[in-house]
Ligand binder design. Structure first.
Ligand code: XMP
Length: 536
């Protein structure tokens, strides 16, 4: 039986990070709302109570009945989780004199406690709380403290309960993963049996069982998730799977042909549909960003559905939905928000059942599974690309000529990012490795391309702006392009990437010299929020 750790969600933004860290430790875990602990699941080997934006004294504070798991399995409280345990069992939690926020060092650590096995004295952790535990419940003792926080971590004397007021799941807690590893392995006795190879074996077996001899349709986008889902399904059911890849005419340079070739090499049964004429004519003269998106969404559904309906005996619609798309995350009101995206109307109309073979995976795990399935690296580490494609990167109306100009400039930029190598260390190196980029740490450094260092990059054509330039003896009056590159872990927030000046200088020079119609290059230095990653 696959062991699992349950993470109870009390609404903190870092809850997902706990799950990601555990998965990096080859441990399966599930995030559930604080009031949905599965009482009768024998595969649960431990429980983590995560953080919350609320204080334990808040009227609306989320409360959990500890007796559901207390005494039955090890419990770890993190931040609010630790304060909740302490408060509920008779300790004292009070507003911190000054908010305890940011980096701190564990100046006192009990390294005899299994939770802190292997920790260094002074280990850096990340604090972020307005309340603090000023007195522990009877039968509990402190196992770590900082200069300002006496009870930074605690343990029960005679039962398996621990709490930490810092956040081991964030990168700034340098030995945070070790702490979680100690909890999983030493305290819960976890086998660390979650791996890409295992996932493939069990999922392929499940898919064979679930689908039998039925036919399945899957929409490919060229992106990582749908591609990995297709290859996994292909391994399970082979030619019973039909993939549909729609070209709306606004993909990157040569992308449709390149990706079709990749898919065919992978043995996928793919129908490529060139629908660019329809999209271009429906978009003619449209400048409003929302309207562009609506037209593209509608056309996409029409084209996809028309193709799918030809497969009259299909019983399933497969999608590359991944775990973060499905997590029922709580907002501050305690309401569960769940979003789920289907291809418009198709399942209802054709009575298709949904099949989501990646529904338990985080993005970095999807990449690991893809690699294990033998997919080419350029497909696996491909940046996210918006469904409406270059349409949302051309400000103004869309024409084939503008798309061609943008494709050329973008191609120079992206190839440049792939060619330029950088050495990274510390937090930055760990972030890139955690995203699933294959690189080896040597002497505390990794070497990766700028492409792999950033989350996403793209070029934007400011087609409604013209500026004056001079080329040779000629005056030019042409469009600028903006280059965008961001670092991020989930696209919810993003920072502009600090690309090297010599790289920017070379790319700018190459674009202006080689792309007719562009005489100026800008670099976008906005973060999200308040900006967004895409310009439209
Ligand atoms: P924003 O611009 O909202 O983008 O900061 C966040 C992430 O979502 C991608 N994106 C889209 N992806 N269809 C998609 O499939 C869309 O309409 C769309 N709009 C934005 C964007 O590229 C970034 O990764």
């Amino acid at each position: 039986m696959q062991q699992k750790i349950i993470i109870l969600d009390f609404g903190s933004q870092t809850t997902q990070l706990i799950a990601r860290r555990l998965r990096e430790l080859d441990t399966f875990c599930e995030i559930l709302p604080y009031n949905k602990f599965p009482n009768d699941d024998p595969s649960v080997i431990g429980v983590i109570l995560a953080g919350s934006p609320l204080s334990v004294y808040d009227e609306k504070a989320f409360k959990v009945d500890l007796s559901q798991f207390r005494g039955k399995m090890p419990v770890l409280g993190i931040c609010y989780g630790a304060q909740f345990i302490s408060h509920t069992l008779g300790g004292r939690v009070e507003p911190a004199g000054s908010r305890e926020y940011g980096r701190a060092n564990l100046t006192a650590i009990d390294t005899q406690d299994p939770l802190f096995k292997g920790f260094d004295k002074g280990s850096q952790v990340w604090m972020s709380h307005g309340d603090t535990i000023t007195a522990l419940p009877d039968g509990f003792h402190a196992i770590a403290g900082t200069d300002h926080v006496t009870n930074a971590a605690f343990a029960a004397d005679n039962e398996p309960i621990w709490g930490v007021q810092f956040h081991p799941e964030v990168f700034h807690s340098v030995q945070g993963t070790l702490l979680l590893q100690n909890f999983v392995e030493t305290i819960c006795g976890g086998r660390r049996d979650w791996s890409a190879a295992n996932y493939i074996d069990t999922t392929v077996a499940e898919l064979k069982q679930q689908i039998g001899t039925d036919r399945v349709i899957l929409g490919l986008s060229g992106g990582v998730d749908s591609s990995v889902a297709a290859v996994l399904l292909n391994r399970a059911i082979g030619k019973q799977l039909t993939c549909i890849f729609v070209d709306h005419g606004m993909l990157r340079k040569n992308e449709f042909a390149d990706v079709m070739r990749d898919y065919e090499c992978l043995g996928l049964n793919v129908i490529g549909v060139d629908a660019s004429d329809k999209f271009m004519s429906d978009l003619a003269g449209v400048t409003d960003p929302e309207q562009k998106r609506k037209i593209i969404g509608r056309d996409f559904v029409e084209v996809f559905n028309a193709e799918a309906k030809k497969i009259t005996d299909a019983k399933w619609l497969a999608q590359g939905t991944i775990y973060p798309d499905r997590i029922e995350s709580l907002n501050i009101t305690g309401k569960v928000i769940k979003s789920h995206h289907n291809v418009g109307g198709l399942p209802e109309e054709m009575h298709l059942q949904l099949c989501e073979p990646l529904k338990w995976l985080f993005k970095d795990e999807v990449r690991r599974v893809g690699r294990q399935l033998g997919m080419p690296e350029h497909l696996i580490t491909r940046h996210p690309f918006p469904g409406p494609g270059l349409a949302v990167r051309i400000l103004g109306d869309i024409t084939r000529e503008k798309v061609a100009v943008l494709q050329e400039a973008d191609d120079i930029y992206i190839r440049g990012l792939r060619d330029y190598k950088v050495k990274l260390s510390g937090e930055e190196a760990r972030r890139v490795l955690a995203a699933g980029v294959p690189a080896e740490m040597k002497d505390g450094e990794i070497e990766v391309s700028l492409y792999d260092q950033v989350w996403q990059a793209g070029t934007i054509l400011l087609s409604e702006v013209r500026s004056v330039g001079v080329m040779g003896d000629e005056r030019t009056y042409e469009n600028p392009v903006a280059l965008r590159a961001v670092t991020s872990t989930d696209a919810m927030t993003a920072d502009w990437a600090h690309l090297p000046y010599d790289f920017l200088a070379k790319v700018s020079n190459d674009i202006i010299n080689k792309v007719k119609g562009v005489n100026r290059v800008c670099y976008d230095i906005s973060s999200k929020p308040p900006s967004t990653i895409e310009w439209e």
